[in-house]
Design a binder for this molecule. Structure first.
Ligand code: PLP
Length: 428
């Protein structure tokens, strides 16, 4: 079937009559089959800028990775985004109304839609600097060296998102033991950052979530918890603010399936107000470059509405069904062992681990990854494929890793068939 078949306006009936696999291949398949005319209209091939730009569409068997554009928005979120694009509004009105609505839905004092979890961490840091020092947004970062400016973090929680705090001009003070921690919380501390998904392991954090929080609060220091990738389960959206974390961030475009350039900062009202003061559209503020357009603010709110109507059990059962389709298609490959791994916190969804002896099968997992990437349709496997270097996923050089939760209808079958073909071809 060529793109021509969807060139003109696709009727709802015609749209639904495409086989789901064909629809998925054409890139027009939504998460569920009840797409409206508006959605079908929005995907005629004359609007297909991926095709115009020659950018390849991929099948995402990897997960919610930013470099793969993470999640696709469900049809109702796409429709809300399209509606929002039709009218200008006052940006501050929209930011405030969206925040109030989300705070009610997510059971916290206050909320703001940010341009992602990383931006939420920056705004959280700016809010805590402002709270500790009583300074205005234009002082951050230029004058931060002359004020209280320390963020306390466990050594095992240092991560690639530290930059989001550092760009406010703060200094990070590393601690390992509880004694270190108590000593580090002093007159210069403005906040602490907890990396919610930090895994137990050789460099494991010694201080658990609750102790971390209690000790900070004994010293009057606010705590931020980075839970960016830690939904599902849905209840995590209120669990950590409910525990007492002053600020908690989530990525909007991962499991929540909102716009990929959106996120949530949730927490105490006085800190969210300060985060908002340091946010765009205010120009003389660290958050000026972290603008969320009206379409994405609305999309983020619509995604939360969509999510709160979902069931974790049903979603996990569907991810397992897709996982089994792929596992079954390769189970007869010589030496193949299949197992399913659920990370306990971040990306808490089934990951299929396919382990085999490459010297018998004739191709390594990394070669399989390259072949699937090069074929049409192009498939991206989880980046833990063929390596033990990815924290949190127990893979190795003889293992292929697949996450099914970002697959669209019909794609699990394509992934299964493609893997089977590549693993059973005579490679010599
Ligand atoms: C993905 C992620 C982020 C960044 O999220 P964005 O929404 O892409 O900015 C921050 N922290 C952690 C732990 C993450 O997994």
């Amino acid at each position: 079937m060529s793109d021509k078949s969807v060139e003109c306006r696709v009727s709802r009936r015609k749209f639904l009559s495409l086989s789901s696999a064909a629809a998925a291949t054409l890139g027009i398949s939504p998460l569920s089959s009840n797409a409206s005319d508006a959605f079908a209209e929005a995907t005629t091939s004359s609007d297909d800028y991926y095709a115009k730009l020659g950018v390849e569409k991929i099948i995402n068997a990897a997960g919610t990775y930013t470099y793969l554009t993470a999640a696709c928005m469900p049809p109702q979120v796409q429709r809300a985004v399209a509606q929002a694009a039709l009218h200008p509004v006052r940006l501050k009105d929209l930011q405030l109304a969206a925040g109030e609505y989300l705070a009610k839905k997510l059971r916290c004092e206050a909320a703001v839609v940010t341009s992602g979890a990383s931006a939420a961490l920056t705004l959280a840091t700016a809010a805590c600097i402002a709270s500790a020092n009583g300074v205005s947004p234009q002082d951050i970062p230029e004058n931060v060296d002359k004020m209280k400016n320390e963020v306390v973090v466990q050594k095992a929680h240092r991560y690639e998102y530290d930059h989001a705090m550092l760009l406010c001009g703060v200094h990070i003070k590393e601690v390992v033991t509880l004694e270190d921690y108590k000593r580090a919380l002093g007159p210069n501390t403005v906040m602490t950052n907890f990396f919610n998904a930090a895994e137990p392991g050789p460099n494991a954090a010694q201080i658990d979530r609750e102790t971390w929080l209690n000790v900070a609060h004994e010293h009057g220091v606010p705590c931020h918890n980075d839970a960016a990738a830690d939904m599902p389960p849905i209840e995590n959206l209120w669990k950590y603010t409910g525990m007492g974390f002053d600020l908690v961030c989530f990525s909007g475009g991962k499991g929540i399936r909102g716009p990929q350039n959106a996120g949530l900062l949730l927490g105490k009202k006085h800190l969210i107000d300060l985060a908002t003061a340091n946010n765009n559209p205010n120009s003389d503020a660290v958050g000026r470059g972290m603008k969320v357009a009206k379409e994405q603010i609305v999309g983020m709110v619509a995604a939360v509405d969509w999510l709160l109507a979902q069931s974790d059990e049903k979603n996990q059962a569907e991810y397992m069904r897709l996982t089994n389709i792929i596992a079954n298609s390769v189970k007869d490959v010589p030496t193949m062992k299949t197992r399913v791994f659920m990370p306990s916190i971040a990306n808490h969804v089934p990951h299929l681990l396919l382990s085999y002896d490459p010297s018998v099968v004739g191709i390594t997992p990394q070669q399989v990854q390259e072949k699937l990437r090069a074929q049409s349709p192009s498939i991206e496997l989880n980046p833990a494929t063929g390596t033990s270097s990815r924290v949190g996923i127990p893979s190795d050089e003889n293992t292929i890793v697949i996450a099914t939760w970002m697959l669209q209808p019909g794609e699990a079958e394509i992934v299964g068939r493609s893997l089977k073909t590549v693993l059973t071809k005579n490679h010599t």
